[in-house]
Ligand binder design. Structure first.
Ligand SMILES: C[S@@+](CC[C@H](N)C(=O)[O-])C[C@H]1O[C@@H](n2cnc3c(N)ncnc32)[C@H](O)[C@@H]1O
Length: 219
């Protein structure tokens, strides 16, 4: 795969692709309090989103990582496809979750190897804020909208979140690196261009996190 397929900062990517990095990401969610909180909140939001959507036939989870959400997502669909750029993550996920109505693929979320409207639902958690340019973050969204038939659930880091506003101050005063953000309005506009309406867009937390969770439905 080229940098176009996986343009995340190389050191981060290498980490996710190494056995040690993949295992460490998994362990974080078992051991670190803030990870446990955000995991709990994400599941609560996802549960409310799926209450609107209902049980579906097919679902793509990209990037799936080690399969943090695999069991939850499997309970919402007949067939689950788990995909990630990191073959180590895909391998770990397969080892932990097996193949009963679950399929695994090494794939880039920037060039998803499926035709238009393949899945009832496409889910993409915690990738957007790793993509280093606006162009890539938008390309990611367009790909999700393209391969979904009905719904897209996606996270991004909000440009207007308190966390980002505070970061911008530190960028100016302390030379910190800017976050990889999207304006909520721009996400809605891209959805509209692709033929979707925004049903819900909720912050993970109002303070301490800039992550948004959006639900989009094809018109
Ligand atoms: C922070 S993890 C999120 C994993 C999972 N969605 C979750 O919430 O636990 C980011 C994942 O994105 C994967 N990744 C990075 N660039 C990617 C790309 N272009 N396409 C697909 N996956 C990518 C990494 O290998 C890593 O597993």
């Amino acid at each position: 795969m080229t940098n176009l397929h996986a343009p995340m900062q190389q050191s981060k990517l290498q980490n996710y692709n190494s056995t040690r990095g993949a295992e460490a990401y998994k362990a974080d969610y078992q051991n670190k309090l803030h990870r446990k909180w955000s995991d709990k909140r994400e599941r609560a939001l996802l549960t409310s989103y799926f209450r609107r959507i209902g049980h579906v036939g097919s679902l793509l989870d990209l990037p799936c990582g080690h399969g943090r959400l695999s069991d939850f997502l499997k309970s919402q669909c007949d067939t689950l496809v788990e995909g990630d750029w990191s073959h180590t993550m895909v391998g770990l996920n397969l080892r932990d979750h097996g193949q009963d109505h679950r399929h695994y693929v090494r794939a880039s979320a920037l060039e998803i190897p499926f035709p238009d409207r393949t899945f009832d639902v496409v889910v993409s958690f915690r990738l957007s804020h790793h993509l280093e340019t606006q162009e890539l973050r938008e390309r990611h969204l367009r790909e999700l909208f393209r391969v979904s038939k009905k719904h897209v659930i996606v996270t991004w880091f909000s440009a207007t979140s308190l966390k980002n506003i505070l970061r911008q101050v530190r960028v100016k005063l302390a030379g910190k690196k800017p976050k990889h953000v999207l304006h909520n309005q721009r996400v809605r506009a891209l959805a509209a261009e692709a033929g979707y309406t925004q049903e819900l867009a909720k912050p993970l937390f109002l303070i301490g996190s800039g992550h948004m969770l959006g639900l989009y439905t094809r018109k």
